[in-house]
Design a protein around this ligand. Sequence first.
Ligand code: OOG
Ligand code: MG
Length: 237
Amino acid sequence: MTDYAGALDDALTGVKELPSFGPGAFDVPAAYAIQRDLVSRREARGEKIVGIKLGLTSRAKMQQMGVDEVIWGWLTDAMRIADGGVLDLAPRIHPKVEPEVAFLVRGGEIAAIAPALEVIDSRWLDFKFTLPEVIADNTSAAGFVVGNWQPVPDGVDNLGVLLEIDGRVVEIGSTAAILGDPRRAFAEAARLYPGRILPDESIVLAGAATAAVSVQPGSAVRVSVEKLGAARLKASS
Ligand code: OOG
Ligand code: MG
């Protein structure tokens, strides 16, 4: 049997793309088992799980990626980039950024919200994959930035979202794009999480509000979410 987790881990650590195996190679339950195996390899290298991310919670992303189901993956401490910090492009294949919101978990509930940026970097060739393949690849997770945590303001279901690169607006959206309300993404995360109890201090990324945009060397990336503020990163040159 093909060692899919090994092949994906080699693609990750070797910074090389893996061609899709095509439809029917493995199904969604098998994909989550491969994902778990892949992330266990990262844990064996010392990474700690700090939360989970949802993917394909917006129509823009479903259309961009050609798949139509909410998916989820793991976030580790090694993926975190400080707000305003540097995204090292050396270990990346073809990174893209997307605007998100993040939730902080306490007592199984939303304790705080923050504007966030996700860096995705599919290990699949040209970002082309089947639904099980993107799940197996830990839903393309590669990095994330969380802005300032704050109490959830009234009404987060229709906040304006801007993605800017080098001061130019490249994507405009609304938090309404995230399952109608990003809090719904949080409920989905709690439903999907093994055992259904998200540990305290977990971070949940709700999913992108717009399509993702490629990152170029030296680019300054900023996401701003109405009422919540901004989160930033700078790509290495
Ligand atoms: C899959 C990851 C999707 C999102 O926010 O929708 C995702 C991909 O687009 O490669 O993170
Ligand atoms: Mg995302």
